[in-house]
Design a protein around this ligand. Structure first.
Ligand SMILES: [Zn+2]
Length: 330
């Protein structure tokens, strides 16, 4: 990437992070002198592309004049998915569709945009509409088979995200009323693990949602490296099996789960691709643990997600045979 261009992108990313979603007083980005109108267009479109292709007109006006915006619309570079919003001509996706239905992307759709865990196979569009809105458009959206219309719980403040995608906290709050407990936990843990959400913020959120889900969020930790690990942890808790996550059993080497003193469980993530080198490393680690007296079991992502009964049965069998309470050398 051209250095000057990448600088500009970085600057705009910084702008975006500073961008107060509902502020009307945000300072306008200083415009370099003697910039041709054509460059100005490219500049704004480039910014919009970097931030996801959709924004409110209020946010757009911090980067382009009304004249520029009008001209870009006239020449087809921008379109209007909902009054008060603009989108790139090529930007048709979950977010613009949510806007066309009268809401913003939330819940699973927002979590996916944030790069967090989402339930396997959920390709529905999750839309959050304002609590008070009861329009025909929203009723129409509700009737669509691949759309789930949500409204935020009353204890939480409504926000209007300037890029059309609910923030992680709001998305999790909405998801607490939509997805299963294991999936909610996995999503929250992926946010903690990636450092996108602090535990305090999660606990604050937990206090405001229904009790059943509160417990799930209160248990979330940053220790699970993948959704399958989160799911496996939830499974063990339900079975009242005590465990330690990310136990350092060899100097500087961490293992997914330690049950009791001697049963080690490793869980592959969806992204795990068993290259020969990786497999060889895993085998070597297993062998070293086995030599010390541990029993090592591995489960694939598919086993944890789709064969939960038999995975749990395997663990229970090992526990029943006291494989978790053997003496090990440290
Ligand atoms: Zn949902």
């Amino acid at each position: 990437m051209h250095a000057a261009h990448s600088d500009a992108v970085r600057r705009r990313r910084a702008d975006r992070e500073r961008h107060p979603p509902l502020s009307t007083a945000a300072p306008r980005r200083p415009t370099p002198a003697r910039r041709s109108l054509h460059d100005a267009d490219v500049d704004f479109l480039g910014w919009l592309r970097v931030v996801g292709g959709v924004c409110t007109v209020v946010a757009a006006r911090e980067h382009a004049s009304s004249d520029e915006l009008r001209r870009l619309r006239a020449r087809g570079a921008l379109w209007v998915p909902l009054r008060g919003w603009v989108a790139l001509a090529e930007g048709h996706g979950d977010v613009t569709r949510a806007l066309q239905l009268g809401g913003v992307a939330t819940c699973v759709s927002a979590l996916r945009r944030h790069g967090l865990w989402t339930p396997h196979g959920d390709s529905d569009l999750h839309v959050r509409v304002p609590r008070a809105t009861r329009t025909a458009r929203v009723a129409g959206a509700d009737a669509l088979e691949d759309v789930r219309v949500h409204r935020l719980h009353e204890r939480l403040p409504e926000e209007r995200p300037w890029d059309g995608v609910d923030g992680i906290r709001t998305a999790l709050a909405v998801a607490s009323g939509c997805v299963g407990a294991d999936d909610l936990l996995a999503a929250a843990e992926s946010a903690l693990q990636q450092g996108r959400l602090q535990r305090e913020a999660l606990l604050e959120l937990a206090a405001k949602i229904p009790r059943r889900c509160r417990v799930v969020l209160e248990r979330a930790s940053a220790l699970s490296g993948s959704g399958s690990e989160s799911t496996f942890a939830a499974m063990l808790r339900r079975a009242h099996i005590r465990f330690v996550q990310q136990a350092e059993l060899l100097p500087g080497e961490f293992f997914d789960f330690l049950i009791g003193t001697s049963l080690v469980v490793e869980v592959d993530s969806l992204e795990w691709h068993g290259s020969r080198a990786q497999m060889a490393r895993d085998r070597a680690r297993d062998a070293r643990l086995t030599a010390l007296g541990y029993r090592v079991v591995r489960f694939t992502y598919e086993q944890v997600m789709f064969e939960r009964e038999s995975v749990l049965q395997t663990v229970l069998d090992l526990v029943r045979r006291d494989m978790h309470e053997r003496k090990v050398r440290r």
